[in-house]
Design a protein around this ligand. Sequence first.
Ligand code: NAG
Ligand code: NAG
Ligand code: NAG
Ligand code: NAG
Ligand code: NAG
Ligand code: NAG
Length: 297
Amino acid sequence: MNKLFFLSFLYCNAYGFENLTNKFIQVDEHGNKTNAKLKRINCLRKCLRLTNCMYVAFEFRDCSFFSSFESFKFFSPNEIDLYRKVESKRPNLVYYWVVQNAKIKEIMNKNDLYTPSNMFYTSDRFGKSNSSFHLDNGYVILPPIDKLDIAFTILAWVKLHSYKDNQRLLDFGNGERSDNIIISLSGLQTSLYFYIYHGSTKYSINSNLILPLFNWHHLGFVVTGGSSYIYLNGSLLLHKNHNVSNIIRKINRTKSYIGKSNWASNPNVDSEFDDIKIYNGVLTQYEIKDEYLSNFL
Ligand SMILES: *[C@@H]1O[C@H](CO)[C@@H](O)[C@H](O)[C@H]1NC(C)=O
Ligand SMILES: *[C@@H]1O[C@H](CO)[C@@H](O)[C@H](O)[C@H]1NC(C)=O
Ligand SMILES: *[C@@H]1O[C@H](CO)[C@@H](O)[C@H](O)[C@H]1NC(C)=O
Ligand SMILES: *[C@@H]1O[C@H](CO)[C@@H](O)[C@H](O)[C@H]1NC(C)=O
Ligand SMILES: *[C@@H]1O[C@H](CO)[C@@H](O)[C@H](O)[C@H]1NC(C)=O
Ligand SMILES: *[C@@H]1O[C@H](CO)[C@@H](O)[C@H](O)[C@H]1NC(C)=O
């Protein structure tokens, strides 16, 4: 069953399902259908109407619905066809910094990092050497971040080395209080937080989370409309509705950093990082959990 879980999914624009053994089928498929096939399609249609139905499993001619892969695994008969629901608007990976063999590359748009300060290559969470990077009270500069939509998802693996208030995972903006997207890792006064500035208006989520040091943790941050979310290791940690319809502007952010703040008084970061990914659009909690559990690029 594990094998199924680790298969990468095709990204499709249609509303439908993916056969987790790799065949995509659309619910509105035309043509002459056998009874078994018709029955199957009716099952999938029913799942589409249920917002909490994410997976459909078939055994002989019966189907069962599941809200998560975990619940399917709990049920988990051996030979079974499993389908996963595909939303019509798939999130689109726009920035992805990959570290390998002591090199870091942004593979989606060639937004490679530059002017590293106190940056070292180190082992990733699987123990593979030179496959993640350590900013030892350091930072790197990013090219202007100009491809972000007003709904996005940021994911990253982090391994904190010390607590410092306001140390940044990232700060994308145009200076202080200027359309910033800020993720700050644990300090002693300030726990992990996620701030968005709409111009100079701040929309914040402050967590109570003090990340344990010297351990890899997977973090997720989502903005959509007037809401923002923080995920830890694939589970929702916090959610806030900010009472406005939109908390962010689509704008070119020319002062964008990993590890460094747009506020000169803040310290540089002391942490290792890996697999920093930014998607336009919202990943569901199932997709974020998949990212947390996955062991492939
Ligand atoms: C799912 O895909 C596999 C591999 O392509 C195929 O053998 C199987 O018949 C498919 N199942 C259905 C229900 O389409
Ligand atoms: C569908 O297929 C069955 C058997 O293959 C055939 O008897 C029937 O006439 C077909 N129906 C249509 C509408 O083509
Ligand atoms: C890591 O990268 C450095 C710089 O390229 C190299 O000197 C070193 O041998 C590499 N270490 C391993 C274990 O691959
Ligand atoms: C997150 O998951 C990793 C294993 O993947 C674990 O080592 C770490 O302790 C978890 N972090 C928290 C805060 O639970
Ligand atoms: C949030 O919006 C509602 C409806 O517009 C309003 O009644 C309420 O006072 C607002 N709350 C805050 C904290 O602004
Ligand atoms: C963002 O700003 C940079 C630097 O001013 C510029 O080179 C780039 O073309 C801008 N991007 C867009 C989409 O305007």
